[in-house]
Design a protein around this ligand. Structure first.
Ligand code: PLP
Length: 424
C-alpha cells in the first residue's frame, strides 16, 4: 500500500468526520497530539499510514487479547465471510457462542447478543427496571458503561478525558433517577441503599474499574454491594465489557466467586468485530422479547462474522488457559520495572491491564485518579509515541497487553519508559 500523505488525510478527516474521528478519545486531545492514522496491524504491532511501526498497548481498547490479526482467527473468519456476512436470522454460531459463554460464566443462564456494549447496557437497565418495577439506578463515579443517557453522569473514559460531568443533550428527565456514588465508598453506599432501596432497580459497576485508569475494587466494597443488592431485591449488574475473558476464561466474577444477576459483555467476545451482550438469571432474561414484554432488537445482532470471530478467540483461550498466566507474568515484569524506575507515580494493574497514574499516594476512586498530573502524562505519552510505543492517549484508560506481546516488546518498552521518565 502506498504511503498516504498525513496532512491531506488529516484535513480530509476533519472535513468529513466530526473532529476527524468516530470516537472522541481517538482525537488525542488530552495529550495535545495529532491523531494517528493506522491501516494495518499484526501481533503486538500497529502501523501508521506513514508506515511507522508501533508497539501497541491500546489493542483496540482491550478487544484483542490474542493480538492483532491473529492468524487462526483470521482464517476462521475468512471461511465464514465467504459463506455470507449477515443473514438476519438465527445461526448455529450464535447458539454455539451463547453455550460457550453460559458454560464459562455460571451466573449467565441466558444471553442476548447486541452490536455494542452501550446497547447491551441500555437493554440491561430497561430489563432491571421491568423486573423490579423500580426506577432508580446506582452507578459509580468514573465507571463508564457506554453512552446511554441515564449513565452519562460522571462517567469515565472519554467523558473523563474531556473533563465533562455529563453530555449536552441529556435531559434531566433521563438522569434524575441515576444516583452516582464514589467507587469503593462502602459507607455512603450502605447509607443510600438503606434509605432508598424501595426505589432502586439496579446497581451497575465495573468489577475492576478500567475507565478512570485501572482501579481495583476493595473486598469490603464488593462484599457490601453483593450483600445489599441481595438483601433489598436490587438487580446487581456487573459490566464486564473489559474484564470479560480478559483476566481468566470467564468473567472476573469467576475469580471473585460472585454471581451477579446480570452481566454485560463486549470486546473480547467479538474477536475484534462489533459486539455486545447481556445475560444472567433465567427468570430475569425471560422477560426479554419475544418471551417477555421488554422490547429489544437489532438488525445485525448476532452477526455471524463477529460471533464466529468470538468463538475462535474463546476456543483458543479455553484450550490454552496458560495464556492468562503468561499475560499476567509479562505485565508484571513491565509493571515492576516501571515501579523501580520512578517512585512518584502509581502503577495500578491486574492481569494484563495497567495504568500509570502521574501522582503520588494511592488511587482508590475517581477523585484520586483526577488528581493525576495530566500535563506530565501528556509529555510522557508524546515521548513514548516519538519512540514508537503507543499508549492510550488519556490518563483515564487502561493499557492492554496481548498474547502477541513478546519479551523483546516489553524490554523495548521499559527502555523507552526509562528515557521518558528521565525527561519529565
Ligand atoms: N462498558 C465498559 C466497561 C466499557 O469499557 C465500554 C467501552 O469501552 C462500554 C461499556 C461500551 O461499549 P461499546 O464501546 O462497545 O459501546
Amino acid at each position: 500500500m502506498d504511503k498516504i500523505n498525513y496532512n491531506i488525510l488529516y484535513s480530509k478527516a476533519n472535513k468529513y468526520l466530526v473532529g476527524g474521528v468516530n470516537s472522541p478519545v481517538r482525537a488525542f486531545i488530552q495529550v495535545a497530539e495529532n491523531p494517528l492514522f493506522v491501516n494495518k496491524a499484526y501481533g503486538s504491532k500497529i502501523y501508521s499510514t506513514d508506515k511507522d511501526e508501533y508497539i501497541d498497548y491500546i489493542m483496540s481498547w482491550g478487544a484483542l487479547i490474542l493480538g492483532h490479526s491473529y492468524p487462526k482467527v483470521i482464517s476462521f473468519v475468512k471461511k465464514i465471510v465467504s459463506a455470507g456476512t449477515s443473514f438476519g436470522l438465527t445461526t448455529p454460531f450464535e447458539v454455539k457462542l451463547a453455550e460457550m459463554i453460559c458454560k464459562a460464566i455460571p451466573s449467565i443462564e441466558k444471553i442476548r447478543f447486541t452490536n455494542s456494549g452501550t446497547e447491551a447496557v441500555m437493554s440491561a437497565l430497561r430489563l432491571a427496571r421491568a423486573f423490579t418495577k423500580r426506577k432508580k439506578i446506582i452507578k459509580f463515579r468514573g465507571c463508564y458503561h457506554g453512552h446511554y443517557d441515564c449513565l452519562l453522569l460522571d462517567a469515565g473514559s472519554g467523558i473523563a478525558t474531556f473533563n465533562i460531568a455529563t453530555s449536552e443533550g441529556v435531559l434531566n428527565e433521563f438522569i434524575k433517577d441515576t444516583i452516582v456514588l464514589e467507587y469503593n465508598d462502602v459507607e455512603t453506599f450502605e447509607k443510600v441503599v438503606k434509605q432508598k432501596w424501595r426505589e432502586i432497580a439496579c446497581v451497575i459497576l465495573e468489577p475492576v474499574a478500567a475507565n478512570m485508569g485501572v482501579i481495583l475494587p476493595e473486598d469490603k466494597f464488593l462484599e457490601k454491594v453483593v450483600e445489599f443488592t441481595k438483601l433489598y431485591g436490587i438487580v446487581l449488574i456487573f459490566d464486564e465489557v473489559i474484564t470479560g475473558f480478559r483476566l481468566c476464561y470467564g468473567g472476573y466474577q469467576n475469580l471473585l466467586g460472585i454471581k451477579p444477576d446480570l452481566t454485560i459483555l463486549g470486546k473480547i467476545i467479538g474477536g475484534g468485530f462489533p459486539v455486545g451482550a447481556y445475560g444472567g438469571k433465567r427468570e430475569i432474561m425471560n422477560l426479554v422479547s419475544p418471551l417477555g414484554g421488554v422490547y429489544q432488537a437489532g438488525t445485525l445482532s448476532g452477526n455471524p462474522v463477529s460471533i464466529t470471530a468470538g468463538i475462535s478467540v474463546l476456543k483458543i483461550l479455553k484450550k490454552n488457559k496458560y495464556i492468562y498466566k503468561l499475560l499476567k507474568d509479562k505485565t508484571q515484569i513491565l509493571v515492576n520495572e516501571i515501579i523501580k524506575l520512578k517512585k512518584d507515580v502509581v502503577v495500578s494493574s491486574i492481569g494484563s491491564m495497567f495504568t500509570i497514574f502521574f501522582r503520588k499516594g494511592s488511587v482508590k476512586n475517581y477523585n484520586d485518579a483526577k488528581k493525576s498530573d495530566i500535563k506530565k502524562f501528556a509529555l510522557f505519552h508524546k515521548i513514548l509515541r516519538d519512540n514508537f510505543i503507543l499508549f492510550p492517549p488519556s490518563q483515564f484508560e487502561s493499557c492492554f497487553l496481548s498474547y502477541s506481546h513478546s519479551r523483546k516488546d516489553i524490554d523495548t518498552t521499559i527502555k523507552v519508559i526509562f528515557k521518558a521518565f528521565n525527561k519529565i
